[in-house]
Design a protein around this ligand. Structure first.
Ligand SMILES: [Zn+2]
Length: 299
């Protein structure tokens, strides 16, 4: 069967995964995968050591498939979309940008979304909000939550510490500017913490970007954190390996280690943007680093 025979709302693999956190309903949706040069994932790693790590993890040495996950959270009377995927502005990445039709396949009409939370304004997190097919179907009174510091940063973004190939910095600048133009009137900026809905707490971490934020869900003694880009696949074994997208790599490393330590101590669940779908896992301490322990599929 070719993909042409499968309608986009009826895919062979539905690419969504439901998790309950007490009374809060969570749906992890894969936006797809996009290619990333392996080096971008660990810019300060010793090349020989990094090649060994890639081989040990059955990953190719040059270009990786980077998973891209978004989350829909239902709590109280709110339906909250956390990040929006890559969108379709980038024809070079045809396997990502699937959020719009995967929401539809999950029975979620964009007009039912009351709130959007953005962990940060990189294109793989806001691009979906720029796409025809989504932006005009969102309700006029939509609330878009983003850290004040993040919106300010993108007025004049600093890429001096990033390590990423051209033309990515320009594309990131352009996408963030488009997003701010389009959604400025609906922004609900927050400083350091904000409770969007019962048990849905945003917390600014900084690091990856100055306003990078994570989302902690807590209900009836259960908890799950959506970590955005605070944690990447190599970051468990080697939390000090820096990612080229990090605007402040040292601060990003501190944020990553603190979060992994916190989750290892609490035993709370973790979901992150760029961990292999559905990415629901727990964190264990091992040697000098950490270990990602996938949650058991329970359907
Ligand atoms: Zn990202």
């Amino acid at each position: 069967m070719t993909t042409d025979n499968v309608s986009r709302v009826d895919e062979l693999v539905p690419s969504r995964y439901a998790v309950q956190v007490g009374d809060i309903e969570v749906l992890v949706i894969s936006d797809g995968v996009l290619p990333i040069t392996a080096r971008t994932m660990a810019t300060n790693a010793d090349p020989v050591e990094y090649r060994g790590w890639l081989k040990d993890n059955f990953l190719p040495p040059e270009v990786l498939d980077w998973p891209l996950n978004v989350v829909v959270v239902r709590s109280g009377d709110r339906t909250i979309l956390v990040d929006a995927g890559l969108g379709v502005e980038f024809p070079d990445f045809p396997r990502a940008g699937q959020t719009v039709h995967r929401l539809e396949a999950a029975g979620i009409d964009p007009s039912a979304v009351t709130d959007v939370v953005l962990t940060h304004l990189h294109m793989d997190h806001v691009g979906g909000l720029l796409t025809a097919g989504l932006k005009e179907r969102l309700r006029p009174d939509l609330r878009v939550h983003v850290a004040t510091r993040e919106a300010e940063f993108w007025e004049a973004p600093d890429f001096s510490r990033n390590v990423m190939p051209a033309p990515i910095p320009d594309v990131l600048r352009r996408t963030a500017a488009q997003f701010l133009d389009l959604y400025r009137g609906r922004l609900r900026p927050f400083e350091t913490e904000y409770e969007v809905a019962p048990g849905v707490l945003l917390r600014r971490t900084g690091g990856h970007t100055p306003g990078h934020s994570i989302v902690r869900l807590e209900s009836r003694g259960e908890a799950l954190t959506f970590a955005g880009d605070a944690v990447f696949q190599p970051g468990f074994d080697n939390p000090d390996w820096q990612n080229g997208f990090e605007h402040d790599p040292e601060e990003a490393t501190r944020v990553r280690i603190a979060l992994l330590q916190e989750l290892a101590a609490s035993g709370e669940a973790l979901v992150a943007t760029h961990l292999p779908f559905p990415s629901v896992c727990h964190v264990a301490v091992t040697g000098a680093g950490f270990r990602m322990v996938p949650a058991v599929w329970d359907y």
